[in-house]
Design a protein around this ligand. Structure first.
Ligand code: URA
Length: 246
């Protein structure tokens, strides 16, 4: 469910502020009933009309992008750097990224125009596996990797159980490649976890998000999720959010 003024603005009626004014002016109806309350929430099946004209609702879009390095996970950047939506051509709807990957991180990122879906996937209780591959300065031993797995305290909060696997190491250069699977999506989490055990990240890529992986996509390429994938993600997230509430 989303606020009425947000849905109206999203459908291109006007700015959110102007849409609020229209609601206060009593020109907006939901399922035939005039709504003058700004906190009113609507769902996908609600019929919204402005001065008797039904609003066009955008078709929901769900996109998986292989984000390149040096791209901002946003729809615009005040420094005019490349943003993730620059890569998505031929989609009219106003999509935005679900969560963020750092400017210098590559890999799997989802985009949508479905606010409910985005909120669900970003809910702190939705703990889907996120698999990262990091190139590190230094070669961590088993003990260091176990520390990551047991959890690292970042900003007074401990990361939940993770999995860490050494994929390769280069003794001459003193670098290593480690796969880390985590559940949360805190800011710079992977970099901070490795930093905490003394192995700074040189390169970072997100390879998986839940059951989704990059498949055959090349850097900068994207595809739409299938209806099956969208439903599976939605159900997974809903069941976790609900079961943790009980
Ligand atoms: N963790 C990080 O440190 N950076 C990312 O981009 C994603 C997870």
């Amino acid at each position: 469910m989303e606020r009425l003024q947000k849905v109206m603005a999203h459908a291109g009626i006007d700015s959110r502020r102007k849409c609020e004014q229209m609601i206060l002016d009593g020109v907006v109806t939901v399922n035939g009933q005039t709504i003058t309350e700004l906190g009113y929430k609507v769902g996908p099946s609600d019929q919204i009309e402005v001065r008797g004209v039904p609003i066009y609702k955008e078709q929901p879009r769900y996109i998986l992008l292989y984000k390149p390095r040096q791209v901002i996970s946003a729809v615009k950047d005040d420094k005019d750097r490349a943003v993730v939506t620059d890569y998505i051509q031929g989609i009219e709807e106003r999509i935005y990224p679900i969560g963020r990957l750092d400017y210098d991180t590559t890999g799997l990122i989802l985009l949508t125009n479905d606010g409910e879906f985005a909120n669900l996937l970003m809910h702190p209780k939705y703990k889907v596996d996120k698999v990262y591959v990091a190139k590190l300065e230094g070669i961590p031993d088993i003990k260091a990797l176990r520390r990551l797995e047991r959890g690292i305290v970042l900003d007074d909060k401990k990361t939940s159980a993770a999995r860490a696997r050494l994929l390769s190491s280069n003794v001459d250069n003193q670098t290593a490649v480690v796969e880390l699977t985590i559940h949360e999506g805190w800011n710079h989490q992977v970099k901070r976890m490795f930093e905490a055990i003394g192995y700074p990240v040189m390169k970072l890529k997100r390879e998986r998000y839940g059951f989704l992986d990059l498949g055959r996509l090349q850097v900068g390429e994207w595809r739409e999720l299938t209806a099956f994938e969208v439903n599976k993600l939605t159900q997974e997230a809903k069941s976790q959010v609900k079961s943790e509430n009980n």
